[in-house]
Write a protein that binds this ligand. Structure first.
Ligand SMILES: O=C(O)CCC(=O)C(=O)O
Ligand SMILES: [Fe+2]
Length: 193
């Protein structure tokens, strides 16, 4: 697990570099802050369930991270589609790592990259294991829309926020996007279809 967490961290740094480059900020924008930041690894075990449509493994939420790298042993992860608000199952590609955009990247990119609302469903036959690695700046580092950049011409609609604010924002039962703590969002994810 130690080696996996270090390897996955390298992947996350590279992906973040590609993302900041795509935003015109260069491949090392905030990379030192991310390097010194937080990496939270969660290992989730979802037992097989004979009635998978009546329960959830993990309720709808977005990750507070910049990005999350996920490895899952079988399908179950669903994301809500922004066009029709319907849940879509993420196809499994065996051994592939999946990357989620988290709330902090949404803030950094002023919504060009949007954090994804997702949930974990259960499988009727197989137990599922997933390993999620959440990469963020340090607890007290404030994230804000990137400065010195063409996005400065676009009206900023988010405030600065430290990781603590995202972590403290977890209404019971239905977890919304953490960015809802910074601004009003238009839609709430549905718990069940
Ligand atoms: O296990 C999964 O499919 C998703 C895990 C997840 O979303 C998380 O740990 O934040
Ligand atoms: Fe998640």
């Amino acid at each position: 697990m130690g080696k996996f967490s270090m390897d996955v961290r390298k992947v996350a740094m590279e992906v973040m570099g590609a993302i900041t480059e795509s935003l015109g900020l260069g491949p090392s924008y905030k990379s030192d802050k991310l390097e010194d930041g937080m990496q939270v690894m969660t290992v989730n075990c979802y037992p097989a369930c004979p009635q998978p449509d009546r329960v959830l493994g993990l309720p709808p939420h977005s990750d507070y991270s910049c990005i999350t790298v996920l490895l899952q042993s079988c399908p179950g992860l669903q994301v809500i589609a922004t066009d029709d608000d319907e849940w879509r199952l993420i196809p499994e590609i065996h051994g592939a790592l999946q990357v989620h955009v988290g709330d902090h990247l949404e803030v950094l990119s002023n919504g060009i990259y949007k954090s994804v609302v997702h949930r974990a469903t259960l499988n009727s036959e197989k137990n599922k294991i997933s390993i999620a690695s959440l990469h963020s700046l340090a607890m007290d580092e404030k994230i804000e829309t990137a400065k010195d950049w063409w996005m400065n011409n676009i009206q900023k609609d988010t405030k600065k926020a430290a990781l603590e604010i995202f972590l403290n924002f977890s209404p019971p039962m239905i977890l919304l996007k953490g960015t809802a703590s910074l601004r009003l969002l238009n839609s709430k994810p549905k718990m069940f279809n």
